[in-house]
Design a protein around this ligand. Sequence first.
Ligand SMILES: Cc1cc2nc3c(=O)[nH]c(=O)nc-3n(C[C@H](O)[C@H](O)[C@H](O)COP(=O)(O)OP(=O)(O)OC[C@H]3O[C@@H](n4cnc5c(N)ncnc54)[C@H](O)[C@@H]3O)c2cc1C
Ligand code: SF4
Ligand code: SF4
Length: 488
Amino acid sequence: MAFAITQSCCADASCVAACPVNCIHPTPDEPDFTSTDMLFVDPRACIDCGACADACPVDAVHPVERLTGPLAGYAEVNAAYYDDRPVAESVSPLFHEWGPPSFGPGTPAGAEPLDVAVVGTGPAGMYAARELLLHSPSRVTLIDRMATPGGLVRYGVAPDHPATRRIAESFAHMHAHPRVRMRLGVEARPDELSARHDAVVWAVGASASRELGVPGEELPGSVDADTVVGWYNGRPDVPADAVEPASRVVVVGTGNVAIDIARVLTADPDDLAGTPIAPHALVALRSGAARSGVPREVVLLGRRGPETVAATAPELRELLGRAAVPVVVDDHDPRIAPSLDGPGAGLLRDAARTPVDWSAPPAGPRVVFRFHSAPDRIDGVGRVRSVRTVGVDIPAGLVVRAVGHRGRPVPGLPFDDARGVIPHDAGRVAGRPGHYVVGWIKRGASGGIGANRRCAAETVGSLLDDAAAGRLPARRRPWSRWRTAVRG
Ligand SMILES: Cc1cc2nc3c(=O)[nH]c(=O)nc-3n(C[C@H](O)[C@H](O)[C@H](O)COP(=O)(O)OP(=O)(O)OC[C@H]3O[C@@H](n4cnc5c(N)ncnc54)[C@H](O)[C@@H]3O)c2cc1C
Ligand code: SF4
Ligand code: SF4
């Protein structure tokens, strides 16, 4: 037997160092690591010790004999990663090969502790705080505008992904660290913070949704993905009536967030009842299904063909694996069949293909992918009624734009408006000594939770190097008076 890594893996690589036989790949120093959605256990080398399962913060690793239901296929998924890797290459020596010693960043012995403000308590802020606490005697002030910490782990990750949300527990250990203090419900400002801290790390995420730029986008019933996700996760600034589920919902986009929304809106409300879904969302999903008489149909519009689907394999595998909710590709365009039969089609080649008659009522519950179909406009009088795309009107009561996120400017810091990020050099904010960036506001809105770990290591490395080299600006006020540095 062996262990296998499953759907909730966020590729943070915690298990790699735990494995005594080096049979989890790709490792962070292997080329595939930057592009992989998840890591894989080599069943030929696994000695079944379970160390990886203990190390995993999101409960993604299980013995293969216990993989049932939606996780059943993951033994094969793990093994398949090693198919084209010869045994001699993949079955490693019993212990890791030791490279030259490498010493992480740190502060010189005897140096005064740094006082660092970390703005944002999402994954990037928490990984940055952890790096600072591990590698230096720094004192860390964690600041967030929300009263509840966690960023997108709390208000983004779907409620039916409880294993992924569990990473919040490992971050929460740091909230009580003796060198950490928490300031929640406050909006941070650069000059005030830098006056009282040696350095400020901005981990403010990318909270603005990209727009479609089509007429009708502003109609009631047309919302962005951020609103829907905040609605079903109970984010305090999203009103309970911000989203009205309809019997047909059009989601523009085919990325992971679009898939999350399709999955939650088509789920049986009884299955969602045991999750942390916001009570008002559950009530609306139940009553919407009862009112319309049919379960919801969600249509995902992709601008290009099936080979360009942005969602990761684990998300698609989960969507395709639900017996009660079929997934259909609308076979409306002669380019679709060759794409689905071609090498780049991925998992969608297993979905049913049929031309969809959009004049008929929704056949839900189901999820329909419609490719080569950028929306031309959203129509309706006083409320969304349909979406016009390549010559067809798709009737819909709710339209969700899920075409990506971008960062918002932080007053007083430079901003790259084209990319929606704060410009930086290895995490150092351009032209603002003592200010650093990490996470989605640094890299742009892509990558799962684990990607922020490496990103934080780079940023904190730069910060500690600057501290050791005397490149941090002198702060103007003592740390003890920090309370006035942030405003509610
Ligand atoms: C809907 C959705 C679902 C996702 N699901 C998954 C998943 O299942 N698995 C996975 O691996 N990845 C998932 N991701 C990706 C993952 O959430 C991101 O990689 C990660 O959250 C980015 O971390 P961050 O810390 O940069 O940003 P965020 O998590 O957005 O954190 C930013 C924090 O900064 C705070 N903030 C912003 N501005 C200020 C200010 N001026 N003052 C004080 N505080 C401020 C915010 O309140 C927030 O708490 C998902 C992303 C989205 C959008
Ligand atoms: S069970 Fe043990 S040997 Fe197998 S992958 Fe996990 S840590 Fe490695
Ligand atoms: S989430 Fe991290 S620890 Fe868990 S399986 Fe994935 S890479 Fe390993």
